[in-house]
Ligand binder design. Structure first.
Ligand SMILES: NC(=O)C1=CN([C@@H]2O[C@H](COP(=O)(O)OP(=O)(O)OC[C@H]3O[C@@H](n4cnc5c(N)ncnc54)[C@H](O)[C@@H]3O)[C@@H](O)[C@H]2O)C=CC1
Length: 389
């Protein structure tokens, strides 16, 4: 007899061809039955639908990997607290979800399949509710954070420092979600660009992307004294405590943020391993944080910062490398013994990861920002891995 996990995976294939319609139906049904739930979602639902699907796919494919699934559900449950999600909301979502699956499962849908889904959803919801309750014992659902510095480094880029009203625990390399008063319920993730500081402040690197609600607000309409709302720290791109291998940090644009945090942590730990930051930007004008990086480099032996300009020919007296990230990594060479961390635009990350593989760095020593850590949880959260909008 097939297991529930097998039944769910096979029956999910019935819905997948109509996935877009199914997720629209799900949200329509959920909000029709529970109008108050609409208030938990952002005004524009674009993108929200894909997130529901992504979360579902991830849950379905991990059903027979309890450890991975448990960790994922734990993170979702904890993260949902910032949205004000309560246990009864999970029940409402479950009812709408099963109704949707039944409707789009067509003639292949059976009571046995429905029972398998119902039980899997109940278990997943219970895990998320438990995680939220456990988290509530020691952390607030969100943090009000005052902007204490706003440094507009370029017309479209700001380095923003905030002080949360209560301690917000994080590890270098993690990110937080951010909501501005201008766009209630629209949350975007930004990496913390520093290792934990004694004064508890967090610095974010924000590029205003075209039509970016949150990023545009943070860059253009935010000033010292304003209050932002932050969600809990998330993400697994943190230093491996068991490793003392040399570090290679490869950043693209504002993807520098989490790698600067790792760099600061390596410096703070006072270990002597070599650290090489390769920071790729389009033009020399984009090197918005180079003076700060050079200052750290001057203080820490064994730390090297190499700026890379990808879209401009070398100008007179300009420092750094020229070219795409893969050719520069190849030219610099000698990465076999390193732990590598990569962050930046997705295609750049893919290119760098491919280059590291070709240059003999084992895949288990290459970490990039996980596209999935916060994910979305049944469409009820709003983070985007695009980090920027
Ligand atoms: N601000 C933050 O906290 C974080 C940002 N990120 C991500 O980092 C990225 C930074 O964006 P920008 O600063 O606008 O970077 P950008 O567009 O200026 O590019 C940075 C570098 O990546 C290279 N690149 C871009 N597209 C490429 C492609 N298709 N193939 C190969 N190389 C490519 C560029 O040539 C340049 O050298 C965004 O995708 C953002 O989501 C990631 C984590 C944290």
């Amino acid at each position: 007899m097939p297991s529930d996990a097998t039944i769910i995976k096979e029956s999910f294939a019935l819905i997948e061809p109509d996935a877009e319609k199914a997720t629209a139906y799900f949200h329509g049904r959920l909000f029709a039955e529970h109008p108050r739930l609409r208030a938990l979602f952002p005004p524009a639902m674009d993108g929200q639908r894909d997130r529901l699907l992504e979360a579902l796919v991830r849950i379905v494919w991990n059903l027979d990997r309890p450890e991975a699934l448990g960790g994922y559900l734990h993170r979702l449950g904890r993260d949902h607290r910032r949205l004000g999600l309560r246990p009864e909301h999970y029940a409402a979502v479950g009812t709408a979800l099963i109704a949707t699956l039944r409707r789009f499962g067509g003639s292949g849908w059976t009571p046995r399949i429905e029972a398998a889904w119902t039980s899997a959803y109940s278990a997943a919801a219970a895990a998320m509710i438990d995680a939220a309750e456990a988290d509530a014992a020691h952390a607030p659902p969100w943090w009000a954070a005052e902007v204490v510095a706003h440094d507009r480094r370029r017309h479209d880029l700001a380095v923003v420092t905030v002080r949360p009203d209560q301690p917000l625990t994080f590890t270098a390399g993690q990110y937080v979600t951010v909501q501005t008063a201008r766009w209630p319920r629209v949350w975007r993730p930004y990496s913390v660009a520093n290792a934990p500081r004694p004064d508890g402040t967090l610095t974010l690197h924000v590029r205003a992307v075209p039509a970016g609600w949150v990023s545009g607000t943070l860059v253009r309409y935010t000033a010292v004294g304003d209050t932002l709302t932050l969600g809990p720290a998330q993400g697994a791109m943190t230093l491996d405590p068991a490793s003392d291998r040399a570090l290679l940090l490869i950043a693209g644009g504002t993807g520098l943020a989490p790698l600067k945090a790792l760099l600061e942590q390596a410096v703070a730990e006072d270990d002597e391993r070599p650290v090489h930051l390769v920071w790729s930007v389009r033009t020399a004008h984009d090197l918005y944080d180079l003076p700060g990086l050079r200052a750290i480099e001057a203080r820490r032996p064994g730390l090297r910062v190499t700026p890379v300009i990808s879209d401009e020919p070398a100008g007179e007296g300009e420092e750094g490398e020229r070219g795409g990230v893969s050719e520069v990594l190849e030219r610099l060479g000698g990465w076999e013994g390193h732990d590598a961390y990569v962050c930046g635009p997705t295609p750049m990350v893919a290119e760098a990861v491919g280059a590291l593989h070709d240059l003999g760095v084992p895949p288990e020593r290459v970490r990039c920002d996980e596209a999935d850590v916060d994910a979305s949880g049944l469409g009820l959260t709003t983070p985007e891995r695009a980090i920027a909008s």
